[in-house]
Design a binder for this molecule. Structure first.
Ligand SMILES: [Zn+2]
Length: 53
């Protein structure tokens, strides 16, 4: 099982891994902005996708 945190604006996969991290912790590592499009991100905006397999 793989967890993905995807930018709601551009679709960039900000985090992907088998370990489900706290969303706030992941966003803090990226200074609360998308590394690709630079949009400001809050935890409410984000979707976490869980990919089976
Ligand atoms: Zn983005």
């Amino acid at each position: 099982m793989v967890f993905e945190i995807v930018c709601p604006k551009c679709g960039e996969v900000v985090y992907s891994g088998s370990e489900l991290k706290p969303l706030g912790k992941v966003l803090k590592e990226y200074d609360y902005s998308c590394p690709k499009c630079g949009v400001k991100l809050s935890s409410e905006d984000f979707e976490i996708e869980i990919v089976e397999g």
